[in-house]
Design a protein around this ligand. Structure first.
Ligand SMILES: Cc1cc2nc3c(=O)[nH]c(=O)nc-3n(C[C@H](O)[C@H](O)[C@H](O)COP(=O)(O)OP(=O)(O)OC[C@H]3O[C@@H](n4cnc5c(N)ncnc54)[C@H](O)[C@@H]3O)c2cc1C
Length: 559
């Protein structure tokens, strides 16, 4: 019998157990992302009658431990580029971890890319936004090809001959990752190529050229030469790309395999080594004699692709709202399961203040996002069109821009554990800035708001008409709306002030929506913290608010 130094024998003290592990939180898994999220349920009810049973079933799936694990595996194992096969043939193939394919299969089978374009669904954009909101919480990266495939549809419809071939394959609720030509596939995905080295926001600086191969104009086949500095999801079956003809910037559908079954002239140079969005491959590509069909009219490339971009911007709102939601539910779950100084973190007043403030951000993001989903569902209504024109730019600017600070603050709620790669917080943190940068960075969105107002003043009138429906309930909100109307009248240097204006457009609309359907505790806290006073950091909510009601909406105590 071995004797240890203290003289205690090994039967008394197991050498492997140095201490008991206690007061550590548990993994948040096997929970339902729909039924646990009261704010989501209420935002959906306010914006259309969704199929709650279907959403609940999907929410249960997204919260399963194995699906959560796919999110980790798809990010822990970066996509790998093979430019050539082992025998030296050019292949331009990206290999993904199986978990990425599982996530893609799950989302495409659920129709996250197709729902609103299939016939018969009434509140299809709201329903789809809810599915996407939950899916994105498992992993944001694979959301990129889902969004681009979804958003490509209005652009492709501009050229019926292309739509006839491609839309049935795009709208198939299936995932086919096989590296075969599009005409042999029943289900395809679509990417987008606009950004070049010398200009991203300023696409007029594009130098990629297109010359006619057979015929000219919409639907005709062209040959493209040049490059794209960012081309995400390069294993998509085709890409909507901008290139210049002698009549100016035009839009093209460039397949990965040519119409004659040859590999098309898309040469992947390398994959971007990104700080976030790791599960998604983003490539640099050169186009050498690449075949592509013109979409829309010659020289009208920007109006054609903007149909797609309007929807990818909307999806940035969905994705950033989802990132915020996942961050706050992790933080609240942790605070319920961790004690410090003799009490649960969730019961300590200052932690409550921080967590409730983080949830208020989610409430505002979700309210604006789902309101815009409703506008998409009613796009035939001119008033809804006006609201949407401003709303996607305002929402893309504000929600995406608020997300990095939110992710950091939620991470801090978990203390040191929040920084460790075996939990989702570092991934949420690294993902947070990306939605703000792509699809038109912050300044571009703010300037777009001004451009829309200058071109169609009715967009601003409609915004204020919508705000009027919540007038008279909270004097602080009424004052903020008046101040904003005044600011627009007295503008001296609009471009320089654009961010301030857009911030106020966002906050007043978020507040107005919450006044209309959220519990008054939520609306009051939102208005007092964001319109009556300005806070530099989270966790400075004024006193006298009912924080318990707000926290219950993150994750009910008895859940
Ligand atoms: C992960 C990732 C994936 C991407 N995938 C794709 C893809 O699949 N397809 C694709 O086409 N692109 C893609 N992009 C590119 C992305 O859309 C661009 O990076 C973005 O549009 C900005 O363009 P830029 O990088 O050239 O920056 P710039 O256009 O040079 O802008 C730099 C900064 O200047 C600001 N700015 C520009 N003009 C003005 C102005 N007039 N006044 C004030 N400020 C201004 C911008 O807001 C920005 O902050 C991707 C980017 C990332 C990060």
């Amino acid at each position: 019998m071995p004797v240890i130094n203290s003289g205690v024998d090994a039967d008394t003290l197991n050498l492997a157990d140095t201490h008991e592990v206690f007061n550590q939180s548990l993994a948040l898994e096997n929970y339902n992302l729909f039924s646990s999220d009261l704010a989501l349920q209420q935002a959906l009810k306010a914006n259309g009658g969704v199929d709650e049973a279907a959403l609940s079933a999907y929410g249960e799936r997204c919260g399963r431990a194995d699906v959560i694990q796919w999110g980790f595996e798809a990010n822990d194992n970066k996509p790998q580029l093979d430019t050539h096969d082992r025998f030296g043939h050019r292949v331009d193939l990206v290999r993904f971890h199986p978990a990425y394919h599982q996530l893609m299969n799950m989302a495409l089978s659920a129709g996250i890319h197709s729902g609103p374009w299939r016939k018969g669904a009434k509140h299809a954009h709201v329903q789809r936004a809810a599915l996407s909101y939950m899916q994105s919480q498992t992993d944001a990266g694979h959301g990129c090809p889902l969004t681009m495939t979804f958003a490509s549809v209005p652009t492709l419809k501009l050229t019926p001959s292309l739509a006839d071939t491609w839309l049935p394959k795009i709208l198939e609720n299936d995932y086919q990752s096989d590296n075969i030509p599009y005409f042999e596939k029943r289900a395809v995905t679509i990417g987008m190529g606009m950004t070049e080295k010398q200009g991203g926001s300023d696409v007029q600086a594009n130098t990629t050229s297109a010359t006619p191969l057979s015929g000219r104009g919409s639907g005709a086949l062209y040959v493209l030469n040049g490059h794209k500095w960012f081309l995400s999801a390069p294993m998509c079956d085709a890409f909507l790309m901008l290139a210049k003809t002698e009549r100016g910037l035009s839009c093209f559908l460039v397949p990965r395999w040519r119409e004659d079954g040859q590999k098309n002239g898309l040469y992947l140079q390398r994959l971007k080594n990104k700080m976030g969005n790791v599960s998604n491959a983003s490539s640099e590509v050169e186009l050498r004699q690449a075949h592509g069909w013109m979409v829309g009219d010659e020289g009208r490339g920007v109006p054609a692709i903007i149909e797609m971009v309007a929807l990818t911007r909307f999806d940035c709102m969905v994705g950033s709202s989802a990132g915020q939601r996942q961050a706050v539910v992790q933080a609240v779950h942790h605070a319920r399961n961790r004690q410090a100084f003799g009490a649960r973190l969730i019961d300590q007043p200052l932690m409550k203040n921080v967590l409730a403030d983080l949830q208020l951000e989610v409430e505002g993001s979700l309210a604006l996002t789902m309101r815009m989903a409703r506008a998409l569902d009613n796009a035939d209504d001119p008033a809804e069109q006006l609201l949407m024109r401003l709303g996607t730019a305002v929402g893309k600017f504000w929600i995406c821009k608020r997300t990095p600070g939110h992710a950091y603050e939620a991470m801090e709620c978990l203390g040191g554990n929040g920084v460790i790669e075996n939990c989702i917080m570092p991934r949420l943190y690294r993902e947070a800035p990306i939605n703000a940068i792509w699809e038109g960075s912050g300044n571009i969105q703010a300037l777009d708001v001004l451009r829309a107002i200058a071109k169609t003043p009715a967009v601003l009138e409609q915004w204020f008409a919508e705000l009027a429906s919540s007038a008279g309930f909270f004097p602080d909100l009424d004052r903020a709306v008046e101040a904003l109307q005044d600011a627009f009248k007295k503008l001296r240097d609009p471009a320089c002030q654009a961010r301030q204006l857009v911030e106020q457009l966002a906050l007043t609309m978020q507040a107005s929506l919450l006044v209309r359907y959220a519990p008054s505790a939520v609306a009051e806290a939102f208005i007092r913290s964001r319109l009556a006073g300005r806070q530099a950091i989270y966790g400075c909510l004024p006193d006298g608010l009912d924080l318990g009601v707000i926290l219950e909406r993150v994750l009910p105590e008895q859940y």
